[in-house]
Write a protein that binds this ligand. Structure first.
Ligand code: GLC
Length: 716
């Protein structure tokens, strides 16, 4: 529809129409025919059926039939089609691994392919825009939503978010970058908690990922729940107007999070719902999700001259323009095709794709030469996740647990025989029932290899699922200890949506495979990796703490004025350390083993100084000196040794995936340029400062080869 037609449409809308157009509620309310007002938990909305029939968008619905029904019903009374949104985060029905795992593949094409696949499934089922990608930088594994992020590095997060956006958009799905901004810095990792982030840290760590998304032209940004430096994000004009709209030039739709506008009252910021509406409209939050301050107060705010009607018209125009760009005016039922959907979701292609994603995102943390297993060894599966199919995460759209391959199913189909299992303990991390351990150990004693499937359930991470202690439950630790006493080969497969503390069990395991929530083909992937049908290549994109007390812990930290050797307990009281814990993580960012050994050599630069506008090259030789084919991720880090603000001890600035057969070698080259050393300086400028730099290269952020270069002070 031409822009002029949109302008005409807006001219014909009443203020009430505009307020409804800028409101989004659960699809369930639109679907029901009840004349009752919206009641129950959402009675606070105080919406009657007339309101419900007029809203401009809905979220979270059960699929194509419902999408068709609510759109049809809506169009009986409205000229403007309904916008339908859903949380398509790591799959729609065919589920791939959590994003914290997908980030660890370092494979941007794979991420794009998975987003595309899920975008097609979602679009065929009536979804117009997904509430993704989630681009929050995360450093504290106590926070449950780390599972939706791709980790603690802004550079990787930005590239991964762009890959997700490309995939969704190629499928014809709109995208909503979230949660803007700094939600992942929730104090003590407690969800919805306050955040305190300086402008320097915002600019250099928390904002770059969101900003990078602009290169892929996202349709929407979502405002986060958190208070940032004393102000709820919904009231944060600096970020919503000065930065997002004016500095970054984003002219798409901004949506609140679920009742995020209404919660300004609860935060103790807005005295009334009317003030909520005024603040949110002033900050150009175009759509109010699951609160109704616009419906109740937008008209009167304009009548009373509190809000300029032109501001509201701009908001409405952004929403109608987005609907127009999605083709909704031409075809409000665009893309819905239930039959095509049903034909595609179980295709071998989709299952093969998510199988590969699961294989590439599991992380081999330890292997004392027990993996891969021989198929003729006698094996038993122990633990609460040995025969568990709920390993597809919580934000799962139409993902079906009964459609998921458990470890038991995966291993039995690979071996072609039934495999004995024993739970050993419950999956409830709060449960202290030790009564099943003896039976599990008794059964295990009759086998050569024990595969213990432990960790946390999909309910223990995700939204609202923070944990104060991220250790394995004590009953699982006891189970693992007892199994170790049997002196069998002991392999741990750990499930979860966050880094968990494995310090107390690491020493008992001959091998540890971190499986995250691997998705619909999880069990098949784990079996393939354990038996060598494929090899592990996943990496960690969050540091794994030795103990919860180290949280937040992240690789790109500052040096402090009193650093200490991260791998020794220091007796001196006068350095930045713990009396009772090392400074180093148990497993560092970028870490992950494979079934062979790669070595790096001959690391050198084309020049040891970099001049303005030029680039230097970093040359690296890689060799597979092991007995099997494998893959590594060669990671490039840079450290700005001194600058007008302190700089991280290292920052990821490049990576390359290298696949080598046994005995093969290869050479790779990185280009180092001025952009790679720019940062928001003490002057608030994004600039490179001349000086000394270290460049490091390795297969993780800890074990690196370091050489120096100088960024020359150039002639002005
Ligand atoms: C939730 C989440 C957000 C999600 C939205 C819609 O509260 O914070 O990530 O997209 O509501 O479900």
């Amino acid at each position: 529809m031409e822009e002029s037609k949109i302008d005409d449409l807006i001219k014909r809308m009443t203020l009430e129409d505009k307020a409804h157009q800028l409101t989004q509620i659960n699809a369930d309310f639109v679907a029901t025919d009840s004349k009752a007002t919206v009641t129950g938990l959402t009675g606070y909305l105080k919406l009657d059926n007339d309101d419900v029939e007029k809203v401009g968008s809905v979220l979270n619905f059960s699929g194509g039939e419902m999408a068709k029904a609510i759109q049809k019903k809506h169009l009986e009374k409205n000229e403007i089609p309904l916008l339908l949104m859903q949380d398509v985060i790591h799959g729609y029905e065919t589920m791939y691994p959590l994003n914290i795992a997908m980030g660890g593949t370092f494979d941007l094409d794979l991420v794009e392919d998975c987003a595309y696949m899920s975008g097609i499934e979602a679009k065929l089922n009536g979804v117009h825009v997904t509430f993704a990608p989630m681009v929050d930088l995360v450093r504290d594994a106590r926070w449950g939503r780390v599972n939706e992020s791709t980790g603690e590095d802004p550079y990787l997060n930005g590239l991964m978010a762009r890959a997700f956006i490309r995939g969704y958009k190629k499928a014809g799905l709109g995208v909503c970058v979230k949660h803007f901004a700094g939600y992942g810095a929730a104090e003590s990792g407690k969800d919805y908690n306050v955040t305190e982030i300086s402008e320097y840290t915002l600019r250099n760590f928390y904002l770059p990922g969101y900003k990078e998304c602009l290169k892929e032209k996202p349709d929407m940004f979502m405002v986060s729940f958190n208070v940032l430096n004393g102000v709820p994000m919904a009231a944060n004009s600096h970020l919503l107007i000065d930065v997002l709209r004016n500095e970054w030039g984003f002219n798409g739709v901004v949506i609140s999070d679920y009742n995020g506008i209404g919660e300004m009252i609860t935060h103790g910021y807005a005295p009334s719902y009317k003030e909520c509406a005024k603040t949110a409209i002033t900050n150009q939050i175009d759509i109010e999700m699951m609160s109704s301050s616009y419906i109740h107060y937008l008209p009167s705010l304009i009548h009373e001259g509190e809000i300029n009607s032109l501001v509201v018209d701009k908001m409405v125009k952004r929403v109608l323009t987005m609907k127009n760009n999605l083709g909704l005016f031409e075809n409000p039922f665009r893309g819905i095709d239930i039959k095509k959907y049903k034909d595609m979701i179980r295709t071998k292609a989709n299952r093969k794709l998510v199988l590969g994603a699961a294989e590439k995102s599991c992380v081999l943390l330890k292997n004392n030469r027990v993996l891969p297993l021989e198929t003729d060894t006698s094996v038993i599966l122990i633990g609460p996740y040995a025969d568990e199919r709920s390993i597809i995460g919580r934000y799962k759209c139409l993902g079906r647990v009964d459609d998921c391959i458990s470890v038991k199913i995966g291993v039995e189909s690979l071996l072609g025989v039934e495999v004995e299992t024993s739970k050993g303990c419950s999956s409830n991390i709060l449960d202290n029932d030790y009564s099943m351990i003896d039976e599990a150990c008794d059964k295990a004693s009759r086998h050569e290899v024990i595969i213990a499937c432990v960790g946390e359930s999909s309910e223990d991470s995700g939204e609202g699922a923070s944990r104060a202690d991220i250790s394995l439950p004590s009953v699982q630790i006891e189970l693992i200890k007892k199994l170790a006493e049997l002196k069998k080969k002991l392999v741990l497969v750990v499930f979860g949506g966050r880094p968990q503390v494995l310090s107390e069990v690491e020493k008992y395991a001959d091998a540890i495979l971190y499986a995250w929530e691997p998705g619909s083909e999880g069990g098949t992937a784990i079996a393939n990796l354990l038996y060598g049908k494929s090899y592990p290549s996943g990496k960690l994109t969050m540091s794994f703490p030795r103990s919860t007390g180290q949280c937040p812990i992240y690789y790109n930290h500052f040096n402090t004025g009193r650093p200490k050797n991260p791998d020794i307990i220091s007796n001196a009281n006068f350095n930045s350390s713990f009396r009772d814990e090392l400074n180093s993580p148990l497993y560092p960012f970028g870490y992950g083993l494979t079934y062979t050994t790669f070595i790096i050599s001959n690391v050198h630069l084309s020049n040891d100084s970099l001049s303005k506008g030029e680039a230097i090259k970093l040359y690296v030789d890689i060799k597979n000196i092991g007995e099997r084919d494998g893959q590594e991720v060669v990671q490039l880090y840079i450290h700005d040794i001194y600058a007008s603000c302190v700089r991280p001890v290292k920052e990821l600035k490049g990576f390359k995936i290298v696949k080598l057969k046994q005995g093969e070698e290869s050479s790779i080259t990185f280009e180092i340029n001025e952009d790679m050393v720019k940062f928001y300086s003490s002057k608030g400028e994004y600039e490179a400062e001349p000086g000394e730099f270290e460049v490091m290269v390795g297969f993780n952020s800890k074990d690196v080869t370091t050489i120096n270069f100088t960024l020359k002070r150039w002639e002005i």
